[in-house]
Ligand binder design. Sequence first.
Ligand SMILES: Nc1ncnc2c1ncn2[C@@H]1O[C@H](COP(=O)(O)OP(=O)(O)OP(=O)(O)O)[C@@H](O)[C@H]1O
Ligand SMILES: [Mg+2]
Length: 256
Amino acid sequence: MKEAPMEEILKTQDLKAYFEELEILKGINLSIPKNRVTAIMGPSGCGKTTLLRCFNRMHEETPGAHTKGKIFLEGKDILSMNPILVRKMVGMVFQKPNPFPTMSIYENVLAGYRLNGIKLRKEEAQGIVEESLKKAVLWDEVKDFLHRRGTFLSGGQQQRLCIARALAVNPKLLLMDEPTSALDPKATRRVEELVTELKEAVTIVIVTHNTSQAGRVADYTAFLYLGELIEFGPTEELFTAPKDPRTEEYLTGKFG
Ligand SMILES: Nc1ncnc2c1ncn2[C@@H]1O[C@H](COP(=O)(O)OP(=O)(O)OP(=O)(O)O)[C@@H](O)[C@H]1O
Ligand SMILES: [Mg+2]
């Protein structure tokens, strides 16, 4: 049976990104399917992190950096929106778990509200903490010591705490930049399982260097090379029958 046509949540149109006059992304046209996991792959330096940082308006925070082209999130041009609003809809998780070191587990989960100056009633705050930690499959491990510091957790738990923090503000899109590269195999598996569960509620874009990981979690995969989108499609198709020789060379380990 043929799958119904994919609803897209984010779309870029001739997206270019620059550091000073250096063009890093060279006109990307990409559609990210809603409630699916999309992997971004490609050799080191090809622009994967830069692409994610365009999606949440972080790229332009670097002095001298700018973008051209358009990015639509649910049809709205995010490059002409208030970046703070964009970041409420687009959460991000980084390579190294980065809970706020002076904050407790509880405060970490609510950090997005605190930073945006949103005051919550106590019961409301407690509800959000519990719900977010449950979504990140961390609740059972931490529920008895929510007021201890987040940095006291293991690396894998810290990463799930960062995922809970990102989910707490109900983003439409969750960006993950090599989220398991600092984790051991067991913690990696837990994050991968979590990614698969989360896509019911949130669209995920994950940068990974690991083809097996992309194979396990990603419905779709995009292959970037030297700032260009070379190929995009269902992961299985891209892996088994790449259309571009550069995709095939990357997948067989010839470069990157
Ligand atoms: N702050 C910066 N100033 C100037 N150039 C930068 C800056 N950050 C990144 N670059 C350059 O932009 C290019 C793309 O970098 P980016 O971090 O997006 O690559 P990547 O695909 O994420 O690589 P990796 O797999 O190593 O994380 C690289 O050539 C990099 O040197
Ligand atoms: Mg990167």
